[in-house]
Design a protein around this ligand. Structure first.
Ligand code: ASP
Length: 440
């Protein structure tokens, strides 16, 4: 199939699945411009209510999603003893790429300061209270580092869950999952339980995403009504920083990674997985793209043994594009609210983004949900920063499409590198585009 046809199909797929959200966005802009020129408090209150409802619903699914994703991820890796070697290599490769992604995100966000322009639009009382809150959290952390470390170990995991303390929850979930993996088959009922929790939570997330169109409409309208059209100059800097970060990851980091850890030619690999990349962009879902990612890799010479193990786990655990976005978004928010970041806080944000991204499901919008976890490390929640989040939501869909493309590409990059290391790749097939069959 000709390239332009593939692009059209991918764009068509993207629009078909997301048209209502795009419509919410566009209508939100118009409604916001209208409300800016003719303020109507009743409509504004109603729209603010709808926007907050959407954000609260998103927060509602974070804890069950994170816990069940960790249990399923860890138990499935440790289960496969016969491919333990593949597993450890996969984790190392995925970690390297995600670590580089968060460093790129932090450097670009600190260099270009995309959030400064938004500061003018944030209510100064709210900004002051956010600054005080972050300062108190950090002061508390600094004053009593040993106690903070103690606090990571939950005395009562259920109390941590009830209080929404993410770090102790994560620590317990990881320890518990490793233990589950070690006890063998007796873990089936529990793993089965978490598989059900995960599936049900994904379903709830699906339902919440049905509400994405009015949610995005309301958030966009409120944001634009308060800021006028200047919001687009502010947000274009944020979008530019993200696009630059994703571009560096795709065209500098992945090619260097492939040449250091394998002899896979990056351009041939990109040609091989072009359809998967475009569908990832169109659907904003690593999970929805998963079958196609596997099909592309296998048809182009990467063995089934490697793809069937590395790519499905990558589609759930490896989210370097999402991690990059989370770092940029959180630094954007701190800049918008005038919170001064110390080097310690930046490292904390980067590390939490690695955890938060790998616990996020490969579905549209998941990355913006688990940002709650990163903010939690600063003692904040998305709900308090609703005005700042309004900025992020204005272009959430397009950033989701971009980060998903990076997520999916990096799954294939790691699969190709491992296949090369293990002699599980057929270079005659990979290096010969004439042999490529049509995928879509
Ligand atoms: N949509 C992304 C993916 O499926 C996850 C995210 O929301 O960041 O990979």
């Amino acid at each position: 199939m000709k390239l332009y046809m593939q692009v059209l199909i991918a764009l068509g797929l993207g629009l078909k699945r997301n048209w209502h959200i795009f419509a919410g966005l566009v209508l939100g802009v118009f409604a916001g411009i209208w409300l800016h020129s003719e303020p109507n408090p009743t409509i504004l209150t109603a729209l603010t209510f709808i926007g907050q409802l959407f954000i609260r619903m998103i927060q509602m699914v974070v804890i069950p999603l994170v816990i069940s994703a960790i249990v399923i991820g860890i138990t499935s890796v440790s289960d496969s003893k016969q491919i333990g070697k593949l597993g450890s290599k996969m984790i190392i490769y995925y970690s390297i790429l995600t670590l580089i992604a968060v460093v790129i995100g932090a450097v670009l966000a600190l260099l270009f300061k995309p959030g400064l322009g938004a500061a003018a639009f944030i209510n100064s009382d709210i900004a002051t209270s956010i600054q005080a809150q972050v300062a108190a959290t950090i002061e508390h952390q600094r004053a009593d580092l040993l106690n903070i470390i103690l606090g990571f170990i939950p005395k009562n995991p259920l109390a941590s869950i009830a209080a929404g303390d993410m770090v102790p929850i994560l620590v317990y979930a990881v320890i518990f999952s490793v233990a589950l993996a070690k006890i063998g088959d007796i873990n089936r009922p529990f793993v089965g339980f978490f598989e059900s929790v995960f599936a049900a939570t994904m379903k709830i997330t699906d339902w919440i995403m049905c509400f994405a169109a009015p949610g995005v409409f309301a958030l966009t309208a409120v944001a634009v009504s308060a800021f006028g059209v200047e919001i687009f100059t502010t947000i274009s800097k944020y979008l530019g920083v993200l696009a630059l970060g994703f571009g560096i990851q795709l065209f500098v980091v992945f090619p260097i990674f492939l040449s250091v850890f394998s002899k896979v030619p990056w351009l041939m690999l990109y040609a091989a997985i072009a359809e998967a990349m475009m569908v990832a962009f169109g659907t904003a879902s690593s999970s929805a793209t998963l079958p196609l990612t596997i099909a592309c890799c296998e048809k182009r010479g990467i063995s089934h043994k490697v793809t069937s193990f590395v790519i499905p786990l990558g589609a759930t655990l490896n989210m370097d594009g999402t991690a990059l976005l989370q770092v940029v978004a959180v630094i954007f928010l701190t800049q918008a609210y005038g919170v001064v970041l110390t080097p310690f806080m930046i490292v904390q944000i980067a590390l939490l983004a690695i955890v938060a991204s790998s616990t996020c499901a490969g579905i549209p919008g998941a990355g913006i949900i688990t940002i709650a976890l990163v903010l939690n490390g600063l003692g904040l929640s998305p709900e308090q920063m609703v005005a700042g989040f309004a900025f992020l939501f204005t272009i959430e869909r397009i950033t989701d499409m971009m980060r998903t493309l990076v997520n999916v590409t990096s799954d294939a990059v790691v699969a190709a590198a491992i296949a090369d290391n293990e002699n599980e790749i057929n270079y005659d097939l990979l290096n010969n585009p004439e042999e490529y069959n049509e995928i879509i």
